[in-house]
Design a protein around this ligand. Structure first.
Ligand code: MG
Length: 166
């Protein structure tokens, strides 16, 4: 079968929001009265992006690569997890074309932080910010996100074979 040298990936993650934890979104700490619960820093956006990349390269998922049972990842900066996953994706012969993501969070508003989040993700991925899109939605007061109990994130990515002609 003809192979176009392209792969898409999808990632999703949700973390509970609790008092006494920082709210870290895409590697950027956002002032809020609660933050993500989790074994690592709980950065749901970076976890979704990590899974999108691993998924596109068919390299498994974040839970497999960084087991919650492993104390090495306790309170870990999720940028390190994403960079480690990207290293594997590149080693398998893939480069990033683009990443697109949606953050579902009732409050605080993400818009004032969006460009910082895009820049942070782009820097971690080693690509220009024009290849990284971040959008934010609320849940209209419905469900765990709507009640402020959780943050949920979706991400997609496109990978191109490093051997593909430019
Ligand atoms: Mg997670």
């Amino acid at each position: 079968m003809r192979d176009a040298g392209l792969r898409t990936g999808l990632g999703w993650d949700l973390h509970r929001l609790v008092a006494g934890r920082p709210l870290v979104v895409g590697g950027v700490e956002i002032p809020h009265d609660r933050g993500e619960d989790g074994h690592s820093d709980g950065d749901a956006l970076l976890h979704a992006i990590t899974d999108a990349l691993l998924g596109a390269a068919a390299l498994g998922d974040i839970g497999e690569m960084f087991p919650p049972s492993d104390p090495a990842w306790k309170d870990a900066d999720s940028r390190k997890l994403l960079a480690a996953a990207l290293f594997r994706v590149r080693a398998a012969g893939w480069e990033i074309v683009n990443v697109d993501a949606v953050i579902a969070l009732e409050r605080p508003r993400i818009l004032p932080h969006r460009e910082a989040i895009r820049a942070s993700i782009a820097e971690t991925l080693g690509v220009g910010p024009e290849r990284v899109s971040v959008k934010a939605k609320t849940s209209e007061g419905v469900d765990a996100v709507g009640s402020g109990e959780a943050i949920a994130c979706w991400a997609t990515c496109l990978l191109i074979s490093a051997e593909a002609p430019v």
